[in-house]
Design a protein. Sequence first.
Length: 271
Amino acid sequence: MNKESIIIANWKMSLNIQESVDLVQAISKKQAGAKSQTEIVLCPSFTALQAVSNALRPKSASDLDSNIAAKFGTKLGAQDVFWEEKGAYTGEVSCLMLRELGCEYVIIGHSERRGYLNETEEMVHKKVRAALNLGLIPIICVGEKFEERQNSRKDQVVANQVASALEGILLPSAKRIIIAYEPVWVIGSGQAVEPKEAEYTNKIIKNILLEFYEADLVAKVFKTIYGGSIDSGNVAEFVGQENVDGVLVGGASLKAEEFLEIVKKVEDLSI
Ligand code: PGA
């Protein structure tokens, strides 16, 4: 299989600054071998972004060996962002501020934000637009709740979320966008959906994208991934699906051994 996969670690609100740096170091110490095809993105809490950024890119030349950002292509991402560039928005953080810290990616519209903070489709759309305008790669999370699935509304819910996140956004081919299908009810449950279902849903997502953009633009700009109870035991079957270009990992990304095993399983697929 020859595709460039992406593995995104969403550490949520789980680790303090020291624990975040320790995890980066544990991952980098054990990650052996040449620079891989697989892109890895770490998304710590806002408070740990600076420390993780430093740990990924040590300043002194003598630290070059431990420069895991350069060696393995490990990137930094944030878990949320605000849509304005700067101004009187107490408590918010802008795309420019995230870029200042070395972030290249940002998770937008995670179901925990939609659920606990009432983040709406309109807010998600504004954040996606801002990220694209201000040089961050959005990781747009979409997915149905359990009741929506029970009422056979899953496909429609996911299609609507994708459409409203991107509506009216013009894309030059240099941009990149990740769309993560995350069924809300399996997140953190330890029980993922069937890989075939992720493939089926990601095809629906691709079809919506094809309604908005030319096929070659869709192929260049977008990756469609899956998230929800991914671990080293199930990751290969997901990434082995044609339209699953990677994974968004929560709980299983918090332990270095398990996360590295996930990376290894994905890399073994690309050999
Ligand atoms: P999980 O979380 O892997 O712990 O299910 C995934 C996510 O919320 O992105």
